[in-house]
Design a protein around this ligand. Structure first.
Ligand code: C2O
Ligand code: CU
Ligand code: CU
Length: 524
C-alpha cells in the first residue's frame, strides 16, 4: 500500500557521505573492492527501514576520492539476491532468458578505457557466475587522466538500469588536483557533496516503483516499463528532506541529480544567489552568479553558497520544477533545509576566486564530422511509447564511428514533446548552441523550420559537460574530441526509463587509417 501522507520535512540531519578506503595503495596504483549487497537503511524518522541494493551496503554508495592521474583499480562484486525486488519487464532487450539480477558499473563522466567503461552488455551476476555477451572484466581500471571534477558511478545493466539505480546502486567519485587546491575554495567540513534523488514509498517503508503505466495499456506486458517516473519524496544523501546545521560562512556544495526522470530547478528561499564554479567536467574559467540552477538527471554542479549574512536563519533549498505538472510547495517543491545555527568555528578565509581554471575546450579549427542525430518518439506493438535515437534500436548495428583523435559536432534534433538529457560516454564536450523549431510543422511535413535564433548555452552550461538537456522541438549542438581510446562506448538519454527502452545506442571510436597503415608497414 502506497504511503498516503507526505513524510514530515526537515526532521533528519543530512548524512555526510563516507569516503571509501582502498584495500591496497602503492606508488603505481590504488586497489579497491566494492561489493553490492541487499540491506535495509532508515531513510526518514517515521519510516521503517527500506530494503535497498547498494555498494558496500550504503545508499548512496561510498565516495571515491582520487587524485588526477592516480591509477585506480576496482573489483566490483555482485553479492545481491538472485531475484529482483522491483517490477521487471521481461519484454525489454536481454531481459528474458537472462538472470534477473545483472549488474555492471559505469563511471559517469570518466575518460575510461572501453573494457572498463561498464558496457551495458558486459553485465555479471553473483561471483561472476554468469556474464553478458561482451567480455566481462573482474577488475576495472580508471586512469583518472582528467581534470578535477565530480563524477559518479552507477549501474548500467542493459534493460534494467532504471531498476538497479532506483534500488540504490549509485555513488560519487571525486577527482582532485593541485590546480583546484591552490584556489582556496571552502574545503574540509565546508565542502559537502549532495546527492539529490526522488523516491516513493509504501506504508511498510519499502520503495514504490510502478509495475505498469498509469492508466494501464490494454494487452501490454505485465509488469511493464513506464514512459517516465518521478517519486513524490525528495532525498539528499539518502535522507528524506534533511536539514544541515551550518556556520555563517561560505560552503562549497558538489551536487548530483541522481534521479531516474526528475529534473530540479534549485533556488534558495532567502533570495540569495549561488556562485556556480563548475559543472560536469570540472571548474569554469570564472564563477557564474545565478539565482537558480536547472539540474537534469546525471548533471553535476559545483556551487558556493555564502551564509555569512544569514546568522540564525533557516534557509530552504527549493525546487521549482514539477514532473508533468507544477511542484507542490509542501512536498516536491523542497529539497533540504540549511540552519545557520552554528557559531563560526574559525574565521572564514576561503574565497570565491575571480579566475578559476583554463577551460580545455575542443579545438574548433579541425572539425572532421558533423552528425545529425534525431530524438524520435514512436510506439511499440502494444501501443506503449518507444523512444529512439535516429530511429534505431539498441541492438541495431553501430552507426556512429568517430576516428580516434577526431573532433566532431553532434547535432541532437529533438522531435519529441519532452526534454531529454543526452549523455555521451568517454568525452567531456562543449555545448555550442540551442535553436528552436516548429514541432507541429515538423510533425506534418517532416521538415525543420527554425522559429528562433541560434542561442548560446546558458552561462552555467558553457563549461565542460557530459550530459546536456535538449529541449522539445529544438536542436542542440555539441562539440567533442573523441580520444584517447578506441573501442565501443554508448550514448543515450539519461532519463533511465528512456535509456532502458530504447533511447540508447552504441558508438565506436575507430583507429585512424593512417595509423593502421603505418603499423602494417612496420610489421612487414
Ligand atoms: Cu550515467 Cu551511460 O551513464
Ligand atoms: Cu556515462
Ligand atoms: Cu529521454
Amino acid at each position: 500500500m502506497r504511503l498516503e501522507r507526505p513524510l514530515e520535512k526537515f526532521v533528519d540531519a543530512l548524512p555526510i557521505l563516507e569516503t571509501l578506503k582502498p584495500i591496497r595503495k602503492t606508488k603505481k596504483k590504488t586497489y579497491y573492492e566494492v561489493t553490492m549487497k541487499e540491506f535495509r537503511q532508515k531513510l526518514h524518522r517515521d519510516l521503517r527501514p527500506t530494503r535497498l541494493w547498494g555498494y558496500e551496503s550504503m545508499f548512496p554508495g561510498p565516495t571515491f576520492e582520487v587524485r588526477r592521474d592516480e591509477l585506480v583499480e576496482v573489483m566490483w562484486k555482485n553479492d545481491l539476491p538472485a531475484s529482483h525486488f522491483l517490477p521487471l519487464d521481461q519484454t525489454l532487450h536481454n531481459v528474458e532468458g537472462n538472470p534477473e539480477t545483472r549488474t555492471v558499473v559505469h563511471l559517469h563522466g570518466g575518460e575510461t578505457p572501453p573494457h572498463s567503461d561498464g558496457h551495458p552488455d558486459a553485465w555479471f551476476t553473483k561471483d561472476f557466475k554468469e556474464t553478458g555477451p561482451e567480455f566481462t572484466r573482474k577488475v576495472y581500471q580508471y586512469p583518472n587522466h582528467q581534470r578535477a571534477s565530480l563524477l559518479w558511478y552507477h549501474d548500467h545493466a542493459v534493460g534494467i538500469t532504471r531498476l538497479n539505480v532506483y534500488a540504490g546502486l549509485a555513488g560519487l567519485y571525486l577527482i582532485r588536483d593541485e590546480k583546484e587546491e591552490r584556489l582556496n575554495l571552502p574545503k574540509g567540513d565546508y565542502e559537502i557533496p549532495l546527492v539529490i534523488q526522488d523516491r516513493s514509498f509504501n506504508e511498510d517503508g519499502s520503495l514504490f516503483y510502478p509495475d505498469q503505466p498509469d492508466p494501464p495499456i490494454p494487452n501490454a506486458p505485465y509488469p511493464s516499463v513506464v514512459p517516465f517516473f518521478c517519486g513524490d519524496t525528495i532525498l539528499v544523501n539518502g535522507k528524506v528532506w534533511p536539514y544541515l546545521e551550518v556556520e555563517p560562512r561560505k560552503y562549497r556544495f558538489r551536487i548530483l541529480n541522481a534521479s531516474n526522470t526528475r529534473n530540479f530547478t534549485l533556488s534558495l528561499d532567502s533570495g540569495q544567489p549561488f556562485y556556480q564554479i563548475g559543472s560536469d567536467g570540472g571548474l569554469f574559467s570564472k564563477p557564474v552568479k545565478v539565482e537558480s540552477i536547472d539540474m537534469h538527471p546525471a548533471e553535476r554542479v559545483d556551487i558556493i553558497v555564502d551564509f555569512s549574512r544569514y546568522k540564525g536563519e533557516e534557509i530552504i533549498l527549493k525546487n521549482g520544477s514539477g514532473c508533468g505538472g507544477p511542484v507542490d510547495p509542501e512536498t516536491d517543491g523542497n529539497v533540504m533545509q540549511f540552519r545557520v545555527k552554528r557559531t563560526l568555528d574559525t574565521p572564514d578565509t576561503s574565497i570565491i576566486p575571480k579566475q578559476l581554471d583554463d577551460l580545455p575546450l575542443p579545438p574548433k579549427d579541425a572539425i572532421q564530422t558533423v552528425r545529425n542525430l534525431k530524438l524520435i518518439g514512436s510506439q511499440d506493438e502494444f501501443g506503449r511509447p518507444l523512444l529512439l535515437l535516429d530511429n534505431q534500436m539498441w541492438d541495431d548495428p553501430v552507426t556512429e564511428k568517430p576516428r580516434v583523435g577526431d573532433t566532431e559536432i553532434w547535432v541532437f534534433v529533438n522531435t519529441t514533446a519532452f526534454a531529454h538529457p543526452m549523455h555521451v560516454h568517454l568525452v567531456q564536450f562543449q555545448v555550442l548552441s540551442h535553436q528552436a523549431f516548429d514541432l507541429d510543422h515538423y510533425n506534418e511535413t517532416g521538415n525543420i523550420v527554425f522559429t528562433g535564433p541560434v542561442m548560446a548555452p546558458a552561462p552555467n552550461n558553457r563549461g565542460l559537460k557530459d550530459t546536456i538537456t535538449v529541449p522539445p522541438g529544438s536542436v542542440t549542438k555539441i562539440i567533442a574530441k573523441f580520444s584517447p581510446y578506441t573501442g565501443t562506448y554508448v550514448w543515450h538519454c539519461h532519463i533511465l526509463e528512456h535509456e532502458d527502452y530504447d533511447m540508447m545506442r552504441p558508438f565506436e571510436v575507430v583507429q585512424k587509417k593512417q595509423i593502421r597503415k603505418r603499423k602494417n608497414e612496420q610489421n612487414e
